[in-house]
Design a protein around this ligand. Structure first.
Ligand code: GMT
Length: 377
């Protein structure tokens, strides 16, 4: 039997959506699907050769007459070329804007019957909150897709409210690769960073965008310090990085905070962490929470978007109101200082990931969507 051929378009650089798209691709390829990435560069999680995964680069032409290089048109053109040549059955795009819109254009250009699956990750909707002139275009991308999924119930609700659409949007949660994200033996990493054995490790991982409220991370950590001996690992880079450095100096906690910048091996860093903080003002899911929980690290997150669908308040971690740094600090101290509670939360986190976000279970949900669409062909 011929393998089902899936085209995938995502943002190939850093970011949870690119991670989810690539991990899904790898697992599908292992199951015998033929995967064709159509992206501007090789997705960063695609580090080695995978026999069933192909990569088609979107090339840009830089004609002097174009004031702005037409990336979206180049993408649609590449999608159409790959659909025709490879006889792609399903084109699965991550983000409505611009990927779903490009996919719809590509579909109109080809003779081959291809179905479009769009997965919403949240930023489409965040963009809308800032520039409502995109509403009609994003709604078009969603409504013309053959199937739409979103990474949390909260994102479905928000999308429907903001776009006034009754398009059926199915929730398929994110997942992590359990082979990589799992509790690990203690390594010498803590000592290598100059962190003493008895010191607790609090960690934050993000792209340091404004929406992540990095100053709340630093401030709440500073408020924990009189009550607990701890270090803060700040992992990632982005627009708010230098402001975070300034705040750390201002609060006089420089020896307590390690700025690690972008790191590849996050699972290893999580193995030395005791507590994970994600205090965003908007977050459709929070993949980094799942990564931490899969390593047995309890999390404190904010009461926004999909975060309460990942953390169970008082069982796997805590939920705090956006900006309430006092409450984050006292909940953090409580968890770090109460060993029995920490161990219970850590076990509950592992169990929750295994029961609700297991990759095998999530991949099956995408496979069912593909199969249903192919049946309709
Ligand atoms: O959070 C970001 O800034 C990156 C963005 C992305 O494109 O990867 O993350 C979004 O998608 C992730 C994967 O589904 C989610 O885990 C993040 O919550 C979501 N970010 C926001 O909603 C702000």
């Amino acid at each position: 039997m011929k393998p089902t051929k899936i085209g995938i378009t995502c943002y190939p650089t850093v970011g949870g959506s690119g991670v989810v798209a690539t991990e899904l691709a790898k697992l599908l390829a292992e199951k015998g699907y033929e995967i064709h990435f159509i992206t501007s560069s090789v997705p960063f999680r695609l580090k080695r050769i995978y026999p069933n995964i192909y990569y088609h680069e979107v090339e840009m032409s830089h004609y002097a007459v174009f004031q702005y290089p037409p990336y979206d048109l180049a993408l649609a053109n590449k999608m159409a070329e790959v659909i025709n040549r490879e006889k792609i059955d399903i084109l699965h795009v991550h983000y409505a804007m611009p990927h779903a819109i490009c996919a719809i254009l590509a579909k109109q250009m080809v003779k081959h019957d291809v179905k479009i699956v769009t997965t919403l990750h949240g930023t489409d909707i965040t963009v809308l909150a800032e520039d409502a002139s995109f509403t009609d275009m994003i709604r078009f991308g969603i409504e013309q897709s053959d199937k739409v999924t979103a990474v949390s119930r909260s994102l479905v609700k928000q999308t429907k409210e903001m776009l006034h659409t009754d398009k059926d949007i199915e929730v398929i949660y994110n997942f992590v690769d359990e082979r990589e994200y799992k509790p690990k033996e203690k390594t010498s990493l803590k000592a290598q960073y100059g962190i003493k054995d008895e010191e607790k490790v609090v960690i934050h991982i993000s792209n340091f965008r404004k929406v992540k409220r990095i100053s709340d991370i630093v401030t709440s950590f500073a408020k924990m310090l009189p009550f607990t001996n701890a270090k803060l690992l700040l992992v990632g880079d982005g627009p708010e990085y230098s402001q975070a450095c300034q705040l750390v100096t201002q609060l006089d906690i420089r020896e307590r905070v390690l700025f690690l910048g972008k790191q590849e091996n996050v699972a290893e860093l999580l193995s030395i962490a005791d507590l994970k903080l994600l205090l965003s003002e908007k977050e459709s899911f929070g993949l980094v929470l799942l990564e931490a929980m899969a390593c047995g690290v309890p999390c404190i997150g904010t009461n926004t978007g999909g975060i309460p669908e990942v953390i169970i308040d008082g069982e796997t971690g805590y939920i705090s109101e956006v900006g309430d740094v006092e409450s984050v600090a006292s909940l953090g101290v409580e968890l770090l200082m109460n060993r029995a509670k920490w161990e219970r939360f850590s076990r509950n986190s592992l169990a929750r990931v295994a029961q609700n976000f297991h990759s095998a279970h999530i991949v099956k949900q995408y496979e069912r969507i593909y199969a249903d669409l192919l049946e309709d062909k």
